[in-house]
Design a binder for this molecule. Structure first.
Ligand SMILES: C[S@@+](CC[C@H](N)C(=O)[O-])C[C@H]1O[C@@H](n2cnc3c(N)ncnc32)[C@H](O)[C@@H]1O
Length: 264
């Protein structure tokens, strides 16, 4: 159904090898590395968990791409962990493992999914799903299935053979271009060039205008609710219908479909 191959400047990516119909479950993957709710992603727990993995799992994680953010912070974590280990195990850490620790932290930031909610898992890496690149108008959507401890990826529209499979790395799908970019560049190190981000095209311009209008409508809605003037269910329904219309016009309606499908 899919293959992992070069996606040009994006690095590797996932591409359809045959037509994939809307609502298809494409991935259902157990985590390779898991940080539980009780563990601390800001301490040495990530590297401790990494070292407890099998050699195969460690290798699959080390092959993932990494956007290096906050190098000073990373080194501080690594040096703190190394010093603690020196005093608790009285073993001299190898330079290679210090370097590896720093890489693992960067890989974790670039590839992990926040699970949270009621799950015992706080954050996790799914080594195959981690190859999916971002689009602000994605054709796939991910959901964590708590009962099976699997992350599922469903197609949210029909996908043609050779088309790249994308998810959105952002939690909010109605955001404007500037706000999306302000989140993507520092965290992942790229400028999105998806159809919604091409503001020189009619499609990009129209989408941006729709999103801005929606932000204005939502802000007005929140203000009316705050003042207690949003009293009519019809007015409320009208705002929600406009939001659904935006998703349909943008071609991103379907997140709700994949959520319903997640346990199927
Ligand atoms: C989770 S990884 C995705 C898979 C990655 N391309 C690889 O080779 O393993 C996230 C990284 O992929 C790249 N990436 C993802 N989406 C992108 C996009 N729309 N445009 C450019 N680069 C992208 C960025 O380098 C980002 O830090």
């Amino acid at each position: 159904m899919y293959e992992v191959r070069s996606a040009g400047a994006k690095g590797l990516g996932v591409f359809a090898t045959s037509k994939i119909l809307r609502g298809t479950r494409i991935f259902s993957e157990r985590p390779t590395l898991t940080i539980t709710a009780k563990q601390d992603i800001d301490s040495g727990d990530i590297y401790t968990v990494f070292r407890s993995l099998s050699a195969v799992d460690q290798a699959s994680i080390l092959q993932l791409s990494a956007h290096v953010t906050s190098p000073f912070l990373r080194w501080t974590h690594v040096l703190w962990y190394t010093t603690k280990e020196l005093f608790t195990s009285f073993s001299i850490p190898r330079v290679a493992s210090i370097r590896q620790h720093k890489s693992v932290l960067s890989i974790f930031r670039t590839n992990s999914f926040a699970i949270g909610g009621k799950s015992t898992i706080q954050q996790a890496i799914f080594a195959r799903i981690a190859r999916l690149n971002h689009s602000c108008v994605p054709n796939c959507q991910g959901n964590f299935d708590e009962s099976r401890l699997c992350f599922n990826i469903h197609s949210t529209r029909d996908i043609e053979p050779q088309e790249e499979l994308n998810i959105s790395y952002l939690p909010e799908h109605g955001a404007t271009h500037a706000s999306r970019q302000a989140n993507l560049t520092p965290a992942y190190g790229f400028e999105c060039e998806c159809p919604a981000c091409d503001l020189s095209s009619t499609r990009g311009k129209d989408g941006e205008a729709r999103r801005k209008q929606m932000q204005t409508d939502l802000a007005a809605f929140v203000e009316r609710v705050g003042k207690g003037t949003e009293t009519s269910p019809d007015m409320e329904l009208g705002t929600i219908q406009k939001y659904i219309q935006l998703f349909e016009d943008e071609g991103i309606a379907g997140r709700e479909l994949s959520t319903i499908c997640q346990n199927m």
